[in-house]
Design a protein around this ligand. Structure first.
Ligand code: PGA
Length: 249
């Protein structure tokens, strides 16, 4: 059995007060020791969040990082800086980064590599648009997103991270992939990896994101292909996040 990941992606939400309240509730909660529970707050609050969840078993990470280790990159935050704040994970290639910031597969792969170099565990986000799904291109598009990272960091690099399948049409829309649809794409991701390393294809964690909620989480997580979730909107309120954590235990 692959160990599930339940990860909250706060996007650009939060405040010092919200972080304090969230951490307090996490400190009082019972979290399954058999899960990786992660939160990606805005990097501005990462240090506060890490301090707030000390000894709870919850880990934190950054929603993005710069591909360079340092330099003249105004606004950039490096993997080493994230690690120094206590971050252990990093999202790479979230669809909002790809669409709002024009991040290409090659740049995402460079960021995945930069996270590894800083000792962070990257989560590679992949997923197709509705138009790509309707025109039958979803599988080749997602396969390429995964393959580009394998070519950049090798299977050993990929093995130190995880993959999140997030169909763009399901992010923040209230539309969720049917469990069978998610499972089908998770299998495609594994087949893509299997072409380079069959064992890794089985062991790597592939989590689902896209309008996961306390209402649909148990059904999604009951798919053997689905090793947990990357949760946006429903991770902002600690009670709904914890309900999703409970659905994965
Ligand atoms: P959502 O976001 O759960 O609000 O759809 C998921 C994500 O973007 O990671």
């Amino acid at each position: 059995m692959r160990r599930s990941i339940i990860a909250g992606n706060w996007k650009m939400h939060g405040s010092r007060e919200a972080v304090a309240g969230f951490c307090k509730a996490l400190r009082g909660a019972r979290l399954g020791a058999e899960l990786d529970v992660l939160v990606f707050p805005p990097v501005a609050y990462l240090g506060q969040f890490v301090d707030g969840v000390r000894n709870t078993g919850v880990a934190a990470g950054a929603q993005d990082l710069h591909p360079a280790a340092q330099g003249a990159h105004t606004g950039g935050v490096s993997g080493a800086m994230i690690a120094e704040l206590g971050g252990r994970w990093a999202l790479t290639g979230h669809s909002e980064r790809r669409s709002e910031h024009g991040e290409s597969d090659a740049l995402v792969a460079a960021k995945f590599g930069a996270a590894l170099s800083a000792g962070l565990r990257p989560i590679l986000c992949v997923g197709e648009t509705l138009a790509q799904r309707q025109s039958g291109e979803a599988e080749s598009f997602v396969a390429r997103q995964v393959q580009t990272v394998i070519e950049a960091v090798g299977v050993d690099g990929l093995a130190r991270g995880a993959v999140a399948y997030e169909p763009i049409w399901a992010i923040g829309t209230g539309e969720t992939a049917a469990p069978g649809q998610a499972a089908g794409m998770h299998r495609l991701i594994r087949e893509t990896i299997a072409a380079s390393d069959a064992a890794l294809a089985e062991s790597i964690r592939v989590i689902y994101g896209g309008s996961v909620s306390p209402h649909n989480a148990a059904e999604l997580f009951s798919e053997p292909e689905v090793d947990g979730g990357l949760i946006g909107g429903a991770s902002l309120q600690v009670q709904s996040f914890l309900a999703i954590v409970a659905a994965a235990v």
